[in-house]
Design a binder for this molecule. Structure first.
Ligand code: NAI
Length: 270
């Protein structure tokens, strides 16, 4: 390990179980010398194994529903107390669509569900940054990352309204990132990750086909959760200080492919 985050303090949202991308980020951040607070929605505390992760990484857990400004205010204040100062890095690794969960087709969305999923998956990122910005809770040259998916740019029919939520999330990163950069020298980026086998990922209809197709299309193959964590650690480190307002594809090259030999073979078989 490289001590890339030695002395840095962070908040990590979204570690539900050991498959979660946020779980891997927490493990890697710990290995790289960071101290951090883990947070998740109160209901997720009962389902997942976040306590094991906390024990392993010496982190404290503060429950927070990322759609609640009260919870987020409490989270940021308590985190600064626990960590003994301002924050250097924040990971937003949160996504949920009620329409997907309830099996509503995109063309037949229920708009209460749409609004709830949008609040959890996209607006929560604005709320997190609102609290960090207004409390002046971030150190200069700090780094904020949210995870996203390429359905924000291109059509993946079964991704449902999460495609719209991700487009909104990526836009928030740019819009808020401007003010955070100008006023506090904090960078804000989204990492657009390959399909990955996690609780949220597997909720997408036809996920296995999705995964296999992306694997065959990408010259380097799909990026794993651990590889996503490694990339995220680089974005939290001092080696990427001037990278901001970007949507960064971490997908083995998938996003720039038209077609690959491996996919062509499938269509030229006799
Ligand atoms: P996951 O299911 O392990 O993580 C999603 C997290 O969101 C869970 O920990 C859940 O408790 C949390 N969450 C839901 N509602 C919340 C709320 N109201 N307040 C606070 N937290 C809440 O799945 P995964 O895949 O690790 O997801 C992390 C991020 O990565 C999400 O933004 C997801 O969209 C994104 N992503 C996932 C991909 C995949 O194929 N798994 C691909 C590209 C991006």
């Amino acid at each position: 390990m490289y001590n890339l985050l030695k002395g840095k303090k962070g908040i990590i949202f979204g570690a539900l179980d050991e498959n979660s991308i946020a779980w891997k980020v927490a493990e890697r951040a710990h290995e790289e010398g960071a101290e951090f607070v883990l947070t998740n929605a109160p209901i997720a505390m009962r389902m997942g194994g976040i306590k094991d992760l906390a024990a392993k990484t010496g982190a404290e857990i503060i429950p927070a529903d990322a759609t609640s400004m009260d919870d987020l205010n409490n989270l940021v204040e308590k985190s600064m107390e626990i960590l003994g100062g301002k924050i250097d890095f924040v990971l937003h690794s949160i996504g949920m669509s009620v329409n997907v969960r309830k099996g509503r087709h995109y063309t037949d969305s229920k708009y209460d569900f749409t609004t709830k999923g949008w609040d959890v998956s996209a607006v929560s990122f604005h709320k997190v940054m609102n609290v960090l910005y207004n409390k002046k809770a971030m150190n200069e040259w700090g780094s904020i990352v949210a995870l996203t998916y390429m359905a924000a740019q291109r059509v993946f029919p079964d991704y449902n309204d999460m495609a719209d939520n991700k487009a909104y999330l990526e836009s928030i990163a740019r819009s808020f990132g401007y003010f955070f950069g100008r006023d506090h020298k904090v960078r804000v980026n989204t990492v657009s990750q390959s399909p990955t086998v996690t609780t949220a990922g597997s909720g997408v209809k036809g996920f296995d086909g999705f995964l296999a197709y992306a694997e065959k299309m990408s010259p380097l193959g799909n990026a794993t959760a651990l590889e996503c964590a490694d990339y995220t650690i680089s974005l939290f480190s001092d080696l990427t200080k001037k990278v901001t307002l970007q949507n960064l594809f971490h997908d083995g090259g998938f996003s720039n492919m038209g077609v690959s030999d491996a996919v062509m073979e499938r269509f030229t078989e006799e």
